[in-house]
Design a protein around this ligand. Structure first.
Ligand SMILES: Nc1nc2c(c(=O)[nH]1)N[C@H]1C(S)=C(S)[C@@H](COP(=O)(O)O)O[C@H]1N2
Ligand SMILES: [Mo]
Length: 526
């Protein structure tokens, strides 16, 4: 802050302001630097930019509890909130750099340099980073430093931080600073706009996706048996439309993969390494299967579950080409962004039709659901099986390799637990007395469900009507009308799988391997 001589009114008007102008200079320099860095990344390494790399590093570093909380608080908007936080923090740091630099030459530059080092570290440790990706944070930091130095120098001639006897505000110096500030801000806006237009790498992928036609399945189309779908108002549709399908992943920006450049490699404990490209995969005999996939983070009664018709080539066929060696018991699948899942080798080679999926409900995979290729494994939670943007299958052992979530408090195995959910009426709703229609879904993928029951106020279990399934790998709809007089009721559901094992009443949290307990709702009958 300036130490101003009393009585010089012109200078006194500047009190407090120079620091604000310095902060503004920092923000403008930082914004222009970061925008230039993002632009460099957009041109040289569209998959990894300093901002998304920092975000990715934050996602990988936060403890699972925080992540679950963020998902609960913000839902799928959690990623937007994270980017907003990064931008906010960058803004504060930039303002601080401006103020510091004005106080002492080099301090603000040092802060900008430190931020650049953090960005560089984040970028080079990303799985998708190519060597040229490192240029972006360097450009961002160097440009920020140059612009900051330039602005602060002009600010110093306009509003010197040391009192210079007899010196008054210099209108020319003032104009010079303000012009430079405006120019820097304009450059930031232009670079930012060009970046958003140019870095639509997703545009390339979506362009390809839009123009491609899915192959016909070689096996007969899987038809939905009559009676698998119940007509109960408000029940989850038997097949979940793509637009309503839950999305869970650690990807801050959806990996945009150009299918002609895509390859899937089979490595590790195999007789011979195998590589397959997209055109070759599409030419393989495709299988079509309805499979209900579920997230291990789904709370009892939650909606992180969906059923879709997947088109793909069985994983076991590709693995057979490579020839897994004796002793291997796991396949570590890796996605384009470095995320990994550990799947028992057995589940990928038995007859359950684990797929290298390219289609979802009759369309190419949507980008956010793994375009161009993902894994779908009936019976296993997504975190140990459903790798999106798939690029590598490493045949290995559970004792030798660890997947993304395992050191973060989750299990290395994840068979889906038997569960059931009441969709209607919604908990807390008021309904008319008389016959109240209850309806919902139950699932025990790959085992199948043979009974669903409801109980009111912990009374005797009453058997619901269970719809015929598409297969044991999908969820089942159920319904039951119960006569209820006015009052408040607690209603619970439980399912029994086809081995005769009822789901447990014991409550377990989602970590490490899936929630248990009865879905319980309260209904007001009037
Ligand atoms: N590349 C990648 N694949 C991933 C994940 C991820 O974070 N990254 N999350 C998994 C998890 S936890 C689940 S539940 C499913 C969700 O698939 P969906 O988003 O298509 O519903 O994807 C799986 N595949
Ligand atoms: Mo998940």
């Amino acid at each position: 802050m300036s130490t101003l001589a009393p009585g010089t009114t012109k200078q006194r008007r500047l009190t407090g302001k120079p620091a604000l102008w310095a902060a503004a200079a920092g923000v403008a320099a930082g914004a222009a630097g970061i925008a230039a860095g993002e632009l460099t990344a957009g041109l040289l390494s569209p998959l990894v930019s300093p901002v998304t790399a920092l975000g990715g590093a934050v996602i990988d570093a936060v403890p699972p509890g925080v992540k679950d909380l963020a998902v609960q608080l913000f839902g799928t908007a959690d990623k937007i909130v994270l980017v907003a936080c990064i931008v906010g923090v960058a803004g504060i740091l930039a303002a601080l750099a401006g103020v510091l630099e004005r106080r002492r030459n080099g301090w603000g530059l040092a802060l900008a340099g430190l931020a650049g080092v953090a960005g560089l570290a984040a970028v080079v440790t990303r799985a998708q980073a190519s060597p040229q990706a490192a240029l972006a944070p360097i450009v961002a930091a160097v440009l920020t430093m140059v612009l900051l130095r330039n602005l602060v120098r002009r600010l110093a001639t306009w509003a010197p931080s040391e009192e210079i006897p007899g010196r008054e505000e210099a209108p020319l110096a003032r104009r010079s600073f303000l012009n430079a500030l405006a120019g820097t801000s304009l450059a930031a806006v232009v670079a930012g706009t060009v970046t958003t237009v140019l870095t639509r790498a997703t545009a390339v992928a979506s362009g390809f996706r839009g123009s491609m036609t899915l192959p016909e399945p070689a096996t007969p189309l899987q038809t939905i048996p009559a009676g698998a779908s119940l007509s109960v108002d408000g029940i989850s549709p038997l097949v979940t439309p793509n637009a309503d399908f839950y999305r869970i992943d650690t990807a801050l920006t959806v990996p945009a993969i150009d299918p002609p450049a895509w390859k899937l490699r089979v490595t590790g404990m195999v007789e011979r390494e195998v590589e397959i490209d997209f055109a070759t995969l599409l030419a393989k005999p495709m299988t079509e299967r309805h499979v209900t996939i579920a997230c291990v983070s789904n709370n009892v009664g939650g909606d992180l579950i969906g059923n879709a018709l997947w088109l793909g080539w069985p994983v076991r066929e590709l693995l057979a080409m490579a020839g897994p060696k004796a002793g291997a018991d796991m396949v570590l699948s890796t996605s384009n962004d470095g995320w990994t899942a550990s799947t028992p080798l057995e589940a990928l080679t038995d007859d359950r039709d684990a797929l290298l999926a390219v289609g979802m409900n009759g369309e190419p995979l949507p980008l956010e659901h793994g375009f161009p290729v993902r894994m779908i494994v009936p019976g296993l939670y997504g975190f140990v099986s459903a790798t999106k943007w798939l690029t590598e299958l490493k045949v290995t052992r559970f004792s030798d390799d660890t997947a993304y979530w395992t050191p973060r408090g989750w299990s290395d195995h994840g068979p889906i637990k038997t569960q059931s959910r009441i969709d209607v009426p919604r908990s807390g709703r008021s309904v008319q007395s008389g016959k109240v229609q209850f309806g919902g879904v139950a699932w025990a993928q790959h085992r199948g469900i043979n009974r669903v029951e409801l109980r009111v106020n912990r009374g005797p279990w009453q058997q619901a009507t269970l719809a015929g399934a598409i297969s044991t790998d999908t969820w089942y709809q159920w319904q039951l009308g119960i006569d209820l007089t006015p009052g408040e009721y607690e209603v619970q559901v439980r399912a029994t799988d086809s081995t005769g094992q009822p789901q447990t009443e014991d409550k377990a949290p989602v970590a490490p391997d899936g929630a248990t307990g009865y879905h319980t709702i309260n209904v007001k009958v009037g």
